[in-house]
Design a protein around this ligand. Structure first.
Ligand code: SF4
Ligand code: MG
Length: 321
């Protein structure tokens, strides 16, 4: 299907400050040479342990954060070349939903004002129409009009996430980056919010990049999944194949920890030895090699290239070269 975004060789290096006079010579390679396609209408999961670069990748994709290097194509343009005026276009079309919507809401603003704010920022509609739109949006997210004059602290976590979703929808976005949007919620509330996300995706033709460390949540929502480890994408696969028969040893270990719905499928839990190394000093060669049960000599010296398999899956591992 049609591409919405195509990221090529994206990098985000954060300098590490060294002493008072020292110029920085080392970097945290939060995102290190990743290439990724986002297809129109899909939900692409971005998974991995905390600190692997998922959130940074999500922010880079919509230019909430500027990449150190790389290209991101949207409708034929490299959005990394956009000047402030063109960037506004992106700001309107690409929105973000956060894990804790409350922290991104002004507690002194009413819910109605919070949802209306993006419309004001982009000078969309007159006041009367904006109010109508806010009412519509509250309805879409299942909150009802009585929320309009109340304050965010009067709502539960799940309701606040609905307010965050309404605000993200205000400008009619094409793409929503959802960064752990249900991780802070009780499991019973999680599925309600996930179902809402599914419903509005259909209703408004949305594309999602869904960032999560929780594979059961990802399973619920995603079509394709990209697995990240230490700032790199190690595997991209459609969801079914990843859950049933993942290729990369890191994906296998991650997936082995997810309880299987089908009791006939026997899975052995793969326990990885060692901790995730620091992204400021990643291991040479394949960054996963110190923990990989299948590591070979070549893995210690050579970074595996991402290859495309016949079935369209992408994997970066010497086992498949
Ligand atoms: Fe393991 Fe080597 Fe593959 Fe890395 S490249 S995941 S170390 S087998
Ligand atoms: Mg994160």
């Amino acid at each position: 299907s049609e591409l919405l975004l195509e990221a090529k060789n994206l990098r985000k290096y954060f300098p590490i400050k060294k002493g008072f006079f020292g110029r920085s010579s080392s970097y945290v390679k939060a995102v290190d040479d990743i290439s990724l396609e986002v297809k129109k209408g899909e939900t692409l999961g971005l998974v991995g342990e905390s600190g692997c670069g998922k959130s940074t990748t999500g922010r880079l994709l919509i230019r909430l954060l500027d990449a150190t290097d790389g290209e991101i194509y949207y409708k034929g343009d490299n959005i990394l070349d956009y000047r402030p005026k063109e960037l506004r276009k992106v700001r309107q079309r690409f929105q973000m939903i956060f894990q804790d919507p409350y922290s991104s809401m002004n507690p002194r603003m009413t819910v109605g004002d919070i949802i209306e704010e993006p419309l004001i920022n982009f000078k969309i509609n007159e006041k009367v129409e904006r109010k109508k739109r806010v009412t519509e949006l509250l309805d879409v997210v299942g909150l009802g009009n009585h929320a309009i004059n109340r304050f965010p602290h009067e709502f539960s976590g799940g309701q606040r996430q609905r307010i965050g979703i309404a605000r993200a929808l205000a400008l009619n976005p094409e793409l929503i980056i959802a960064d752990e949007p249900v991780s802070a919620l009780d499991v019973s509330i999680q599925s309600q919010v996930l179902n809402l996300l599914k419903d509005i995706q259909k209703e408004f033709d949305l594309t999602y990049v869904f960032i999560s460390h929780d594979l059961s949540v990802v399973d619920h929502l995603c079509d394709r999944i990209a697995v990240m480890y230490l700032g790199k994408i190690v595997e991209v696969s459609d969801k079914k194949k990843l859950f049933n028969d993942s290729l990369h040893p890191y994906s296998k270990a991650l997936l082995s920890a997810v309880p299987n719905a089908d009791p006939k499928v026997k899975k052995e839990r793969i326990i990885l030895s060692g901790d995730v190394p620091s992204p400021s000093n990643p291991p040479k060669g394949c960054a996963f090699h110190p923990r990989c049960p299948d590591a070979m000599d070549i893995c210690k010296v050579s970074v595996p290239e991402q290859i495309e398999r016949d079935d369209g899956r992408l994997v970066a591992c010497h086992l498949y070269n």
